[in-house]
Design a protein around this ligand. Structure first.
Ligand SMILES: [Fe+2]
Length: 304
């Protein structure tokens, strides 16, 4: 077989100077990443969510980044992140913010779907099956969640390809698949809660991965690169291109900005981390985090 390759990029957070907040550095990092991907010329690109800074609030941000992606000379497949459609569901607020008000909403899911198409998909390329899905629906109780599980279960009976790569936004787990649900209400475990998938959905997803001969599971959201392997499945928590987070959570975590490149040969799928060759420090404006509507000051916008 002729060797070929694919790229996983995630948490690019491309924003707009028409917004109440804007980090031009993140847009410039995306420009650098695009150039580096063009130099590599992969067969295809997987985009792991958080593609816009505030896609949930501004449809035009989703449409803007789609224009960039459509101009790439290779096909891409995208799943939504929490800044695109809302966070995983909770009924309890955390110590830092009103998490319940940030829960995933049907309107945002529909908006994402209108711009980018299906919220879950499967595609085969050469000897690999790629399956991507909107993991934020897991444990949400929204009617769409049942449709997603029906699709997941149907994956189990497909004739296997040589390799199977899954794509999600949240990490399936922080440390191990068997870890208990973390306490959202505790300052010490809030971030562990925020970055992973809760039970009961976590175990059910893990069973699906095992029963669909998953080789690799790719995720984002954390903005810190970390590798784990369990039951023969390789879990790659991906780096961001926008900004680093959680650099000290694991001794071998690496929050360096960049993306992940996978070379496919007769020997298997070989991993390379590609750091950004230029990290921008251009200053922008506006608040971080998840500001409530009354905290969004469009008077700050550089473009009216
Ligand atoms: Fe992100």
């Amino acid at each position: 077989m002729q060797p070929w390759s694919f790229i996983h990029i995630t948490d690019i957070h491309v924003g707009s100077p028409r917004s109440f907040r804007y980090a031009p550095a993140w847009n410039e990092n995306w420009q650098s990443a695009q150039q580096q991907m063009l130099d590599i010329q992969p067969d295809l690109l997987l985009i792991g969510g958080d593609i816009a800074r505030d896609g949930l609030i501004h449809r035009f941000e989703l449409e803007n980044i789609k224009q960039d992606l459509d101009a790439l000379p290779f096909p891409y497949h995208v799943i939504p992140g929490n800044m695109d459609i809302g966070n995983k569901k909770t009924q309890v607020a955390g110590p830092r913010r009103d998490d319940v008000s940030l829960n995933v909403q049907l309107e945002a899911l529909e908006q994402f779907q209108e711009v980018f198409g299906a919220l879950w998909w499967r595609t085969e390329h050469r000897n690999i099956r790629f399956s991507g899905f909107c993991d934020i629906l897991i444990n949400s109780g929204l009617p769409l969640e049942q449709d997603l599980w029906d699709w997941m279960e149907a994956q189990k009976v497909l004739p296997p390809e040589q390799h199977h790569v899954w794509l999600m936004h949240y990490a399936l787990f922080v440390d191990t698949p068997e870890e208990p649900n973390f306490d959202i209400a505790s300052k010490e475990t809030y971030h562990d809660w925020y970055f992973g998938i809760d039970e009961p959905g976590r175990s059910r997803l893990y069973e699906v991965f095992k029963n669909t001969q998953a080789d690799i599971v790719l995720s984002g959201h954390i903005h810190c690169r970390k590798y784990q392997q369990t039951d023969g499945i390789r879990f790659y928590k991906g780096p961001a291109t926008s900004f680093p987070q959680w650099p000290d959570r694991w001794p071998d975590g690496d929050a360096t900005l960049g993306f992940q490149h996978f070379n496919v040969t007769d020997d298997g799928i070989e991993y390379t981390f590609i750091p950004l060759n230029h990290v921008s420090s251009t200053k922008g404006y506006g608040p971080g985090g998840h500001p409530q509507p009354e905290e969004r000051d469009y008077g700050l916008a550089w473009e009216k």
